[in-house]
Design a protein around this ligand. Structure first.
Ligand code: CR6
Length: 814
């Protein structure tokens, strides 16, 4: 990797303080004396943004004028997290900021904390997109992130007195948002509905209504690359402010209807994760941002040209489809090329197929989007015609390849009543990738097997990664300093595999003790964070054991809570002696999709186990459980560095990759996990001795399904499990009420689709091994350090390099 020395236009502390003062005065309209932390945050954000402007313009110019193909990352979600610290780091202004802010009489941390976290994503997929655009900029690759500026991000989570999840809207734009630049002059028109007619032998779409897509540009600064890319998020505006005729008749609600309808499109992020939601509005959102983005790319790369030569389009930009959400882009590009620019079908198809690539992020069949043809026909009639024609062509191609009729039928993109978006993406693009080695293999063997048989060369893998700038440097400054000390350089931040240089230091007891001291300090800091944010009193002399991720049955928070209950019961019964108890604090963080009944009930159970356990004097100092509300990036940045044991316990074959697992390993937690997703690769790299493996393999899971899985058998066989489930059933965690968790208990005993019960015994058994090691702090920390040293592979920089080589075939700007 080329080392480019960073920041342009360095400023002194005094100059930066002046810039903040100016922003306060001329843009916020307050004096330094009047300013609050929130004012200073906005002023500092604008000041740092100004510093990035020149590099942003140069990057844009080089992107358009150069010969390096750009990357367009089409994603319905970008879960960015707070921006200020990251922008300062990448602009090389952190120290100036700290000093400047102090000179103005503020604490730097208070200013950074005043930012409201933008939460335009659900979980892993959205955060991955944010890590990828950070890495693209840091590697100097010209790129655009394209998505939606939702007015409401993922809901805010609180709990009611019964421990149930309560969702409240996340109105993040209620606060001044200094990063996004709204650009009314580069808008796009996006149309819907109506009909297709024939005019002079040509198909002409006569849409019924249109919305105005207005771009909001976010700067994406690279770390030490001097490059600043663009994240362009579209917001929907109405062409008709209101209907004056209706207004004059006092029909006020009717008068604003068109505006409301248009603006609804970018109003809210669907709070679903790995689940299919077939909603009309969701399809509108997808088409809205994809259509605007494709037109925008043509505008950017062929400025001022009425008749651009779009056969060169795939040389200008390659579009990555982040899951199926943007797949409507395939028929949309066909439509643009044929209807708007007059290309013939075959030329248009050649361009389209070269332009797109598809990343699949799931193994759950229900999470692959399938749209009713009637809905597409109503909303996008021309696109449905194009999809039908793509399907005809596909069928002919399969027949020519000798694929039998039954198989071809199974592979249909268009079934007559539905459109399978994953199949459309697989056929309509050049490459398909999964997000971890195991996942990509299972896609080929199971989910997309027929496609892999017919088009083996399309399939590849790119294992996910996370950005070390946010998730090590910013989240864990103490560890970062120690790594820099150990390696004698901070270059590891742009070349994470350099962490391997720490391997020999794992044999140096003094270094391991320093590493242990970092963890202890992070735990101490988290205790303060938890006190401030949640009012909790946490005992830092306990093992910090964390499970944070979306609440989903396949992730098996149930397994963890049942193990906690079983431990609680053992302490209560005196089955374990006081000396044998390893004090633990268990942290959960998880949002459940609002309509996901069993997931919400699991949250309620965790909250009530927490209430009972934490208030029971018999287990005081030995076991505590906390369900932390509203898991988000900020919490991740604080909790992950403080965690000692991380839970990655999904049923084998269900978690496509996971990225939390990578963040924990890089921050020196040991993992207890199954052979699932990227756990497999983490374990391979950190070493089997430094990973707590338990549970069934994919093959064993498949065999159980085939043989007819019976969860009750496991309930009867392991008294620990039986006791835990009985305590849930008998009302111990519901004030004696036996009905509260009856649906959950019944699901466990009769269905248990993700085989929590079958894996319980091996999960409970491995706890002894975990606790034994924890009692030897030097050995524990040695292994934790080896996790850090061997996890450099999981940088999103490496993921991007894999995409460049295997899929995009492009590279950094010259
Ligand atoms: N839920 C996968 O489930 C993966 C991320 C990013 C997910 C998870 O294992 O790490 O994508 N899938 O690749 C979807 O969102 C469909 C996720 O975040």
């Amino acid at each position: 990797m080329t080392e480019i020395t960073a920041p342009k236009s360095p400023v002194t502390t005094a100059e930066f303080a002046d810039e903040i003062r100016e922003q306060l005065k001329y843009s916020q309209g307050v004096t330094v004396e009047q300013a609050t932390a929130a004012d200073v945050y906005v002023a500092a954000a604008k000041a740092v943004r100004n510093h990035l402007a020149d590099a942003w313009f140069t990057t844009q110019a080089d992107t358009v004028n150069g010969s390096t193909k750009a990357v367009g990352y089409l994603s319905a979600e970008f879960l960015m997290g707070k921006q200020l610290e990251n922008a300062l780091l990448n602009a090389g202004l952190t120290e100036q900021f700290d000093e400047a802010v102090k000179s103005l009489g503020f604490e730097p941390k208070a200013i950074v904390d005043a930012e409201y976290e933008p939460a335009l994503g659900n979980g892993g997929l959205g955060r991955l997109a944010a890590c990828f655009i950070d890495s693209l900029a840091s590697l100097g690759v010209p790129a655009f992130g394209y998505g939606i500026q939702y007015r409401y991000g993922i809901f805010k989570q609180t709990f009611d007195k019964d421990g149930k999840q309560v969702e409240t809207p996340d109105y993040w734009l209620n606060n001044e948002e200094p990063w996004g630049h709204i650009d009314y002059n580069r808008d796009q028109k996006v149309s819907f509905g109506g009909e297709v007619v024939e005019e002079n032998g040509k198909k002409v779409w006569k849409p019924a209504w249109s919305v105005r897509a207005v771009p909001v540009d976010y700067l994406v600064p690279g770390y030490k690359s001097q490059r600043v890319n663009t994240l362009r998020l579209w917001t929907a505006k109405s062409y008709d402010e209101f209907d004056l005729l209706a207004f004059n008749k006092s029909e006020y609600m009717e008068a604003v209807e068109p505006k409301v309808k248009a603006e609804n499109i970018s109003k809210i992020l669907y709070p679903e994760d790995s689940t299919k939601v077939g909603k009309e509005l969701r399809l509108e959102q997808q088409y809205f941002f994809v259509s605007a983005s494709l037109h925008d790319a043509i505008r950017v790369f062929y400025p001022g040209q009425d008749k651009p030569d779009l056969t060169t389009f795939p040389n200008k930009i390659t579009f990555q489809l982040n899951d199926t959400h943007p797949v409507i882009g395939i028929p949309e590009l066909m439509r643009i090329l044929i209807d708007e620019y007059g290309y013939d079908w075959d030329t248009a198809w050649g361009i389209t197929q070269k332009t797109f690539n598809y990343t699949c992020h799931t193994l759950l069949p229900e999470a692959l989007e399938v749209w009713p043809a009637s809905l597409i026909g109503e909303l996008l009639p021309r696109h449905l015609e194009i999809i039908e024609k793509i399907n005809d062509q596909f069928e002919a191609e399969l027949a020519a390849k000798g694929v039998d009729a039954d198989t071809a039928k199974d592979m249909a993109i268009y079934t007559g009543d539905a459109v399978r978006m994953a199949y459309l993406a697989t056929y309509g693009g050049s490459h398909v990738n999964g997000v971890a080695a195991l996942h990509s293999q299972l896609l080929k063997d199971i989910t997309l097997k027929n496609f892999s048989d017919a088009y083996p060369d399309k399939f590849t893998n790119v294992t996910n990664g996370v950005t070390p700038r946010r998730f090590v440097k910013l989240a864990n400054p103490r560890l970062s300093d120690l790594i820099t000390e150990g390696l004698g350089t901070d270059k590891w931040l742009s070349d994470l595999e350099m962490l391997e240089g720490l391997v020999p230091l794992a044999q140096d007891d003094e270094f391991v003790k320093k590493f242990a001291a970092v963890k202890a300090a992070n735990k101490h800091a988290f205790v303060g964070f938890a006190k401030d944010h949640y009012g909790l009193d946490i005992d830092e002399n306990t093992m910090f054991n964390t499970m944070v991720k979306r609440l989903h049955e396949y992730k098996r928070q149930s397994l963890k809570i049942l193990a906690v209950i079983s431990k609680y019961a053992a302490i209560k019964n005196g089955t374990v002696s006081a000396d044998d108890i390893l004090p633990r604090t268990v942290f959960f963080g998880a949002k459940a999709a609002p309509g996901y009944y069993l997931a919400k009930m699991t949250i309620q159970l965790i909250n009530n186990v927490s209430k009972v356990v934490n208030n029971d004097p018999d287990v005081k100092g030995k076991l505590a459980v906390h369900m932390l509300p509203n898991y988000n990036i900020e919490m991740a940045q604080n909790l992950i560095p403080a965690t000692e044991l991380d839970e990655q316990i999904s049923q084998a074959g269900k978690e496509a990759s996971g990225t939390g697992n990578m963040k924990f390993a890089l921050n020196g937690a040991l993992t207890v996990g199954t052979l699932d997703g990227a756990n497999v690769e983490i374990r391979e790299r950190v070493g089997a001795d430094n990973f707590f493996l338990f549970g069934m393999t994919v093959e064993e899971v498949e065999k159980q399904y085939a043989d007819g899985y019976d969860p009750a058998k496991y309930y009867e066989a392991d008294p620990r499990l039986k006791q835990a489930i009985d305590l849930v059933a008998d009302g111990t965690f519901s004030n004696g009420d036996r009905d509260t968790y009856a649906p959950l208990v019944s699901d466990w005993l009769t269905k248990d689709w993700f085989m929590t019960l079958a894996d319980f015994s091996s999960y409970a058994d491995i706890q002894a091994e975990i606790e034994k090691l924890y009692r030897d702090p030097l050995e524990w920390n040695r292994k934790a350090l080896l996790n850090v040293a061997n996890s450099g592979f999981f940088s999103s920089d490496r993921s991007i390099e894999d995409y460049l080589e295997r899929i995009w075939h492009t590279g950094p700007l010259a």
